[in-house]
Design a binder for this molecule. Sequence first.
Ligand code: HEC
Length: 201
Amino acid sequence: MQIANPTSLTATALIALLLFGSACKKPEATKERHLAFATGVMQDVLPGLVKSLQVKVTSGGTAAAVPFCNEFAAQYGKAKLGVWSEKARTELGADSFLFRRISTRARNPKNTPSERQAQVLESWEKGNASPAYFEEAGKHYTMHPIKISQPLCLSCHGAADKIEKKTLASIRALYPADKATGYQLGDLRGAFVTETIYAAQ
Ligand code: HEC
């Protein structure tokens, strides 16, 4: 009969404790950490985008704001991404960080959700749209709902026959596959998504 070496037994117990201990605590803490970080990002990024849109609509009219939205969303997003990916590195220890807006009825096809993200959006349509967190293929995702929060949104995302003709023409020219009209005030429009990657995982 073989008698187990007490040192290796202790080591096994220690490894088990570490594994199970972290399995009990880690998921919730990981979820909270990513959701809290993403809330900070969203609260910094989205109001600035809406504010610039408001200024542009007021100064040049809605139609002129369509191409602006197209270019500005990309440029502004890039600048903010630089700041926040650095923060994700220092505050979360992340190796890669991204954020984007998605919708099941996207205007820009680049904003089409993944299958898993589409499932979350569908569940939000049916019930309470509370922020979501999940892991997929080693990446950590958060999703926060974006709603049609004000009449301004309707001037480009409302019923097609209520959108100013010039504006609609500009939307159709830039986005031939546009699906993002027909919304009403308060509707779920999509989500603000963050994606965090840790190389060491
Ligand atoms: C001046 C027209 C205009 C207004 C006003 C406007 N949008 Fe958009 N929206 C656009 C355009 C153009 C895009 C595509 C941007 C791109 O190319 O990424 C877009 C894209 C989006 C997206 C990304 C998903 C997709 O469909 O591609 C969301 C979410 C969104 N808008 C929400 C809103 C909300 C909420 C408001 C009101 C606060 C709003 N928009 C107001 C023109 C507008």
